[in-house]
Structures are given as structure tokens and as C-alpha cells.
Design a protein around this ligand. Structure first.
Ligand code: HEC
Length: 167
């Protein structure tokens, strides 16, 4: 029996490690990564430029904002760079395994959109941040979420073409 045991044990271990749930990567599950890193980082960009009416002492006041100081611009730029890293991270096996080619394309789409976003920060192009480039970034997120819905939501319509940001 002993020899059998010694031969079998490693095989069983291997089988066990293959069939068990994939290990949670250091940065967390996709859901944790999204909620704790991707979303807040994208919001730094999206919220950096905006306009809103608010009541101040009962009077409606129209307020517009954008980064003013070099430090504020740098913070937004760092966010766009971090989004590129997150797009790269989503392409690593810990997140991409078993998801197919489309996943890689969506994750690359995030890198591309975040690069374009970084350029708008370099150019201090507040209009692009508020409109085109900000919206393109949003569409990349949205396209992947349609293709890989959190739960049972059926994938509807979105294709990889939707996230193409090639210029
Ligand atoms: C490559 C695909 C992909 C891209 C690109 C992507 N996501 Fe996600 N995201 C997912 C998946 C898959 C889930 C569902 C995770 C789950 O519930 O298991 C998700 C879930 C989320 C959630 C919900 C987290 C929660 O607490 O349930 C938020 C918020 C989110 N993503 C934000 C974003 C934002 C913002 C972007 C773009 C800047 C983005 N995502 C881009 C794949 C992606």
C-alpha cells in the first residue's frame, strides 16, 4: 500500500488544485477590483470637469469646475495612467483565463481609452474630458459589462467593435 500512497498523493493534490475554485488574485476578484479600484479611478477622471446648478442660500447657482492647479491636473493624469494599468491587469491570466478573446479586446479597449484620456489631460482639453473622451471611456466599461454581465443578464448586442477606440 505504501508505494501506492506515495504515487497517488501528488496526483490527488494536483487534481484537487485543478478542480478547486481559482484562487483570488492579490488585487481581489473582478468584482472587488471594479468596485474598489476601477470605478473610483475612472470617477477621478469623469468628475474632474463638470457643471451643476445648486441651491446656495435658496438661490440657484450655476457652478462649473475643472482642475485648476498643476497638482490637481497631475492627480487626474495619475488616474488615467492607473486605469491603463488596470486594463493591463485585466488581461493577466488571473482575470482573463476562461473568458475568451473578447475579454482581452475589451480590456485592451480600456487601456486605449485610458491612454486617450491621459492625452486629454496633457492637453488640458476640458471639453474632451466632459464629452467625447469621457463618453468613450464610459462606453468601454459598458460594452464589457454587457458582454460579461454580473449575473444572469443576457449579453445583448454589444460587440468588440463598440469598444474600438482606434483613431
Ligand atoms: C474587460 C471587462 C471589463 C471592463 C473593461 C470593465 N469592467 Fe467593470 N465589471 C466587469 C465584470 C465582469 C463585472 C462583474 C463582476 C462580478 O459581479 O462578478 C464588472 C463589474 C463592475 C462594477 C460593479 C462592482 C460591484 O460591486 O458589483 C463596477 C462599479 C464596474 N464594473 C465599473 C467599471 C468601470 C467604471 C469601468 C470602465 C472604466 C469598467 N468597469 C470596465 C468587467 C469589466
Amino acid at each position: 500500500m505504501k508505494p501506492d500512497f506515495f504515487i497517488l498523493a501528488p496526483a490527488l493534490l494536483l487534481a484537487a488544485s485543478c478542480s478547486s475554485e481559482p484562487e483570488v488574485p492579490p488585487q481581489g476578484t473582478v468584482q472587488q477590483l471594479m468596485a474598489q479600484d476601477v470605478q473610483p479611478t475612472a470617477e477621478v477622471y469623469w468628475n474632474s470637469v463638470g457643471a451643476a446648478s445648486e441651491l446656495v442660500d435658496g438661490e440657484p447657482v450655476f457652478r462649473e469646475w475643472q482642475p485648476e492647479t498643476d497638482a490637481e491636473w497631475a492627480e487626474v493624469r495619475t488616474a488615467t495612467q492607473h486605469l491603463q494599468e488596470l486594463g493591463e491587469l485585466l488581461q493577466t491570466p488571473a482575470y482573463a483565463d476562461g473568458r475568451g478573446d473578447n475579454w482581452m479586446a475589451y480590456a485592451r479597449g480600456l487601456v486605449d481609452a485610458a491612454k486617450a484620456a491621459e492625452q486629454t489631460v496633457e492637453d488640458r482639453d476640458t471639453d474632451a474630458i466632459l464629452n467625447d473622451t469621457g463618453y468613450t471611456l464610459y462606453r468601454v466599461c459598458d460594452a464589457c459589462h454587457r458582454a460579461y454581465p454580473p449575473e444572469e443578464l443576457a449579453a445583448e448586442g454589444a460587440t468588440v467593435d463598440d469598444v474600438s477606440t482606434a483613431q
